[in-house]
Design a protein around this ligand. Structure first.
Ligand code: NAP
Length: 312
């Protein structure tokens, strides 16, 4: 029998991706929503708090926590303690210690904890990883530039401490790097640009260091939320054997030496729900902290610069 699932936080990503992915993959039966604003979906019941949902539906199997990251820890802990399998949106938590604690809690509860990184769930990223395995890399360039007003309209939490700022999308690029590159990378310096009236950065420039035998010594990753017009989510890699491997459109497209090999839109969350169902079937977890560590290190190493105030 299909496991049942409740969605907690029915904002943009829950509506754009989680609801359609659950319906299309048939991996779970949607049993409830938790929405502070009372958002509804078909005949599924909506509860104002997760606690109300857990009390009303004691047999519920799983939850997907689609809130902003700074409040996720409390919801995940409550769900694991109630014996549910838990899927977490990215970034999984506001801090590394919270993620560590939740991973231990899931292990002791014998339940699944799945910290999703949606950009990793692209065929193009898998293909890039396979092609880069065992290669010496001579150049890497990350350019992640988008218009915050277009993609995050009115989302105040992204500007509050714990909201990640430009690293909310930027961590997607980082999650692709940690999956696809054949070596570990480290933040050696970071410039973080904060609007005068906000607590999180609107732009960031990272210098990443690679191990001595990687080929490339260092490379830059540029993130900017002030990009109007064409939006850019590109990772461009060259290898010592002369290949140029370019991921575009957030990791959904791959070209090799100028030839397009993969173009796959909108499948990330379908793959995520199939993976969650498989994990929940064996009560096993998948918690990869590497992208969050790189963002945390960027804040640790970051030089703060102040720029113009930001208003919607
Ligand atoms: P959003 O539109 O602001 O939705 C978040 C929802 O969480 C809110 O609408 C609210 O829904 C609920 N919520 C519960 N506690 C909250 C609190 N303390 N403050 C604000 N909202 C609270 O944000 P989103 O874009 O869906 O992003 C949610 C998560 O998904 C983030 O971690 C983000 O990085 C990730 N994500 C977003 C996208 C995207 O395209 N937007 C893509 C991939 C991943 P209710 O009123 O229904 O409770």
């Amino acid at each position: 029998m299909k496991k049942t699932i409740g969605i907690v936080g029915v904002g943009k990503i829950a509506v754009d991706q989680h609801l359609p992915s659950i319906a299309e993959t048939g991996t779970f039966e949607l049993a409830a929503l938790v929405s502070q604003r009372g958002v509804t979906h078909g005949s599924v019941p909506t509860f104002r708090t997760q606690a109300e949902m857990l009390a009303a539906l004691p047999d519920l199997d799983a939850v997907a926590i689609c809130t902003p990251p700074d409040v996720r820890y409390g919801y995940v802990r409550e769900a694991l303690k109630a014996g549910k399998h838990v899927l977490m949106e990215k970034p999984p938590t506001a801090s590394l210690m919270e993620l560590d604690d939740l991973e231990k809690l899931a292990a002791s509860a014998g339940r699944t904890l799945f910290a999703t990184w949606h950009s990793q769930f692209n065929t193009a990223v898998d293909e890039a990883r396979a092609r880069l395995a065992g290669e010496r890399i001579t150049r890497v360039a990350v350019t992640w530039k988008e218009d915050v007003r277009r993609w995050h309209p009115g989302q105040e939490w992204i500007w509050q401490a714990g909201g990640f700022g430009v690293f909310d999308p930027g961590i997607n690029a980082i999650s692709i790097l940690t999956k696809a590159l054949p070596f570990a990378t480290f933040v050696s310096s970071a410039e973080l640009l904060f609007p005068a009236n906000r607590d999180t950065p609107i732009a960031a420039s990272l210098t990443m260091r690679a191990p001595a035998d990687a080929g490339v010594e260092s490379f830059t990753a540029e993130f900017d939320w002030r990009q109007e017009g064409e939006q850019t989510w590109t990772i461009d890699v060259e290898t010592a054997s002369g290949s140029r491997i370019v991921l575009t459109r957030g990791g959904t497209c791959l070209s090799v030496d100028g030839v397009s090999l993969v173009e796959e839109a909108d499948q990330e969350y379908r793959h995520i729900y199939r993976r969650f169902a498989a994990l929940a079937a064996s009560s096993s977890s998948d918690v990869d902290a590497a992208p969050l560590r790189i963002v945390a290190d960027s804040f640790l190493m970051g030089r703060r610069r102040v720029t113009d105030a930001f208003d919607w």
